[in-house]
Design a protein around this ligand. Structure first.
Ligand code: ADP
Ligand code: MG
Ligand code: MG
Length: 252
């Protein structure tokens, strides 16, 4: 089992401190969900793990099996087994979805260990079928003219093709209709097992009706202020966040 450890992480954007000491440990056989009101730093956490240049880590560390992720280049993070959804969504002209996937797999596997073309096609077909995707999607240019739902479904396809040790999925559920939400959840559930840890960041509880997280965390004002099991998400759905603010004496 691999471990992703976020330790006392402090992050600034343009001189303003957004994350004020986040602690979180995720094992590669667990699904964690982070919930919280808007503007509390959830996307900042994802961007900092990804290495987005706008976000400055001022203190703390992110370790994957003891190795400092924050010192790695973005492609090294992928090679180490991290999947960062936001890494991929932009349009890349002239690159088909299939080409992109194959080069991402090969970049991860490293030189001399490239995936066999037939193996790749078999795996691609199988996963696209599983995700109920139109096979034409493979030959379309990456993200060009993809609808919001197609982009999210395609992110899950990337996840299933790349088989990372850890994925950070920020708002993978936003803007999805119920059918797309079910397919996205089906893909994530299919990945679950000994070698897949996942951090799902969501503003809404509804995704968690389909993916039962092992741990749920609430983020407020740049910190994880409460953790629990799946029942915590259900309570938040019913009661909102006010009771946590009262419990912890947080003013906003
Ligand atoms: P969440 O994902 O929980 O809604 P974010 O991480 O997106 O929250 O944002 C946390 C805080 O950081 C917010 O107050 C937001 O206004 C601020 N913020 C986010 N991105 C930027 C940016 N690029 N420049 C300045 N402030 C930002
Ligand atoms: Mg966000
Ligand atoms: Mg960074």
């Amino acid at each position: 089992v691999s471990v992703l450890e976020i330790k006392d992480l402090h992050v600034e954007i343009e001189g303003k401190e957004i994350l004020k000491g986040v602690n979180l440990t995720i094992k590669s056989n667990e699904v964690h969900a982070i919930m919280g009101p808007n503007g509390t730093g959830k996307s900042t956490l994802s961007a900092a793990i990804m290495g987005h240049p706008k976000y400055t880590v001022t203190q703390g560390e992110v370790l994957l099996d003891g190795e400092n992720v924050l010192e790695m280049e973005v492609d090294e993070r992928a090679q180490a087994g991290l999947f960062l959804a936001m890494q991929y969504p932009s349009e890349i002209s002239g690159v088909t979805n299939a080409d992109f996937l194959r080069s991402a797999i090969n970049a991860k596997r490293g030189e001399g260990n490239e995936i066999n073309l037939m193996q790749f096609i078999k795996k691609l077909d199988k996963n696209m079928e599983f995700l109920e995707m139109d096979l034409d999607m493979a030959q379309r240019y990456l993200n060009e003219g993809f609808s919001g739902g197609e982009k999210k479904r395609n992110e899950i396809l990337q996840l299933m093709m790349l088989e990372p040790k850890f994925a950070v999925l920020d708002e993978i559920d936003s803007g999805l209709d119920i059918d797309a939400l079910k397919v996205v959840s089906k893909g994530i559930n299919e990945m679950r097992g000994e070698n897949f840890g996942c951090l799902i960041i969501t503003h809404y509880q509804r995704l968690l009706n389909y993916i039962t997280p092992d741990h749920v965390h609430v983020m407020m004002q740049g910190r994880v202020v409460k953790s629990g099991g799946a029942e915590l998400a259900q309570r938040l759905e019913k009661e909102g966040y006010d009771w946590i603010k009262q419990e912890l004496n947080i003013q906003d």
